[in-house]
Design a protein around this ligand. Structure first.
Ligand code: SF4
Length: 187
């Protein structure tokens, strides 16, 4: 095993441990906390049960049970889509946002802020590793909207080239299940 895979494994284990401890602290299961984290970053095409199932590689039944627990605990709200009748968007309640504000991703952000190397280089390496593993597992990439091949930055504002819909600025920094890797620039 190379040093890099050892470090990645160690980081993964440490994060799982943090999630378990945090979930136990709030009387939740790890998947409950992970779904809340996911929803705090998902865009409007991805804040739905089907996207949660794809992101975590879990069944729709598990997603339904998870959402029921989160709703019962006052951590989740469902908002009907104004244009698509039965579609529901899932979001966090203020209580859930407070819960996540002191969560383990904050600690990762602090650690990243202390790195001597450029964050963009690290992002690039990690993205490549993730992309390779996702392809092996047959999973969707779920990338950042601004870095998608369909992202259009026009004079009137941002637009999604796939759906042709306008994108509010706050949506462009969220993750999307329809994300597509940009083509590498020709050399
Ligand atoms: S530009 Fe890409 S990431 Fe953004 S909403 Fe459209 S498909 Fe999703």
């Amino acid at each position: 095993m190379s040093q890099t895979s050892l470090l990645l494994e160690r980081l993964g284990t440490l994060m799982q441990q943090s999630v378990r401890e945090e979930a136990a602290h709030h009387g939740l299961l790890p998947i409950h906390i992970q779904v809340l984290h996911y929803l705090s970053r998902a865009n409007r095409y991805s804040d739905m049960p089907i996207a949660i199932a794809e992101y975590f590689g879990i069944t729709r039944g598990t997603v339904s049970q998870t959402l029921a627990v989160l709703e019962r605990k006052g951590l989740l709200i469902k908002t009907p889509d104004p244009r698509h009748g039965k579609r529901l968007h899932l979001g966090l309640t203020p209580a859930a946002e407070i819960m996540l504000s002191a969560s383990w991703p904050e600690r990762i952000e602090q650690a990243l802020g202390q790195l001597p190397v450029g964050a963009a280089d690290l992002d690039d390496c990690l993205r490549r590793i993730l992309s390779t593993l996702q392809q092996l597992n047959g999973q969707r990439a779920f990338g950042l909207c601004r870095q998608c091949a369909h992202f259009l930055n026009e004079r009137d504002g941002a637009r999604c080239g796939l759906t042709q819909e306008a994108l509010a600025t706050e949506q462009t920094v969220r993750i999307c299940r329809e994300w597509t890797a940009p083509r590498p620039a020709c050399v």
